[in-house]
Design a protein. Structure first.
Length: 424
């Protein structure tokens, strides 16, 4: 949303260990909004309020009160429309706290999300070209929590909005042939619009996809945004109905989903989703990043060390053993104990350089420094040799970790040359 006073409603992203800049996984679709405010230059005041003397106010059931300073002649935005506005916000004592006019450019947002409730309701009945004054009670603004140092708790606010343009009306659910409907055992309903190509997607894979989400009444909740800048999502991290709907699709495939409450936000609902409400999704798979599958260790005798590390030698190398001062080059893939892939140098196409002088989990270092070059080993690292009680993003506290490591080469370093490694 850029710099703005409004509450930004975004996808919740959970960091992946050693992830790329555009890499993410989704924990849930619509989390609690995260606020941002545009800075005002000290001593710089927004333009004064327009007089509403002689204008009849309108009071809504929610407690919002508004005055139409100028009634527009254009169209009215529907839910999901992207609009451009100029705005100024004041406290009830007349002190301005934010203004798009000071920034010199309009503010753009979608009418169903990304801003306070008073704005969503207030702009819904405006017409393009109109100017409206909103008197927003605190419960339709920032409530009892306020907005950092800028807006105190329980503050009633005043806004003047000018609806400059309605840029687009937003996507609508695709029309589908009901005869092609498939209902799964869980209750998910989907329509295969385009089958796609390549191998079916598995839960362990990651994908780039376009998506849009609606309530059954057609109200748009969220979209994936710019098709040229799609995020990477871990399928297993999506909520249940979304994940099930993606599994089995192929690159280039397209589906419409009808997800029942039990597979979406349930009886509690979520931001923008009422309790016990089904949702509709339209998804298109742009790309698939295949997860690295674990090599079977059936028939291989495990070794348990004194520290508690457990390992299986999938392939015993015939090269040199690393010493305490060696630098090792490895390829690796890591998983949680339930099979959820965390990270892989193979997917990135980039080797990892490993040192013994810190920066890596203890079990990983111990497991690698007992291998020979050319070897491949599976490590089962207990929590005390991994991330312990703290965990990491996507790694819960007290997690057992699985690594598959291939030792590519070693280089003996003079102690003076040894560099402190980046954290792994």
């Amino acid at each position: 949303m850029g710099t703005m006073f409004a509450v930004a409603l975004q996808l919740a992203l959970v960091s992946v260990t050693a992830r790329g800049e555009d890499e993410c996984s989704v924990e849930e679709l619509l989390p609690t909004p995260a606020p941002t405010l545009a800075p005002l230059v000290p001593g710089q005041l927004a333009s004064g309020q327009t007089s509403v003397d002689g204008i009849e106010p309108v009071a809504t059931e929610s407690g919002l009160r508004y005055y139409d300073i100028k009634v527009g002649t254009g169209k009215t935005p529907r839910s999901g429309a992207r609009v451009s506005v100029h705005y100024t916000g004041w406290f009830t004592d007349g002190t301005a706290f934010d203004s798009s006019r000071i920034k010199g450019e309009p503010f753009k947002f979608q009418t169903h999300r990304g801003v306070i409730k008073g704005w969503i309701e207030g702009i819904s009945t405006m017409r393009e070209g109109g100017i409206r004054r909103l008197e927003v009670p605190s419960e339709l603004a920032y409530g009892e929590h306020g907005m950092g140092k800028r807006v105190p708790p329980n503050a009633d606010l005043i806004f003047e909005l000018e609806l400059l343009a309605i840029d687009e009306q937003g996507p609508i659910p695709p029309e589908v042939d009901d005869a092609a409907k498939v209902t799964t055992r869980s209750g998910l309903v989907y329509w295969e619009i385009t089958k796609g190509a390549d191998e079916p997607i598995a839960k362990e894979d990651r994908v780039k996809m376009e998506f849009a989400v609606w309530l059954e009444n057609g109200r748009l909740l969220a979209t994936s945004g710019d098709p040229q800048n799609l995020r990477i999502m871990q399928v297993s991290a999506l909520f249940a109905g979304w994940a099930e709907g993606v599994v089995g699709m192929r690159k280039g495939g397209e589906r419409k989903l009808l997800i029942p409450p039990a597979l979406a936000f349930g009886e509690k609902g979520g931001s923008g989703v009422p309790p016990n409400e089904s949702i509709i999704m339209h998804i298109k798979i742009a790309d698939v990043l295949r997860s690295v599958r674990q090599t079977s260790v059936d028939g291989i005798e495990p070794v348990v060390t004194k520290s508690g590390l457990k390992y299986w030698d999938i392939l015993v190398g015939d090269g040199p053993l690393p010493s305490a001062t060696s630098q090792c080059r490895v390829h690796y893939t890591s998983w949680l104990a339930d099979g959820t892939m965390l990270d892989s140098s193979l997917q990135k196409g980039k080797e990892l350089t490993l040192h013994t002088n810190g920066g890596f989990v203890e079990g990983f270092v111990e497991g690698v420094y007992g291998m020979r070059v050319g070897g491949k080993r599976r490590l089962e690292i207990p929590p005390d040799l991994g991330y312990g009680d703290l965990g990491q993003p996507r790694i819960p506290p007290r997690s057992t970790l699985i690594f598959e490591v291939e030792l590519l080469g070693v280089e003996e370093l003079h102690p003076a040359k040894t560099k402190q490694p980046q954290g792994k």
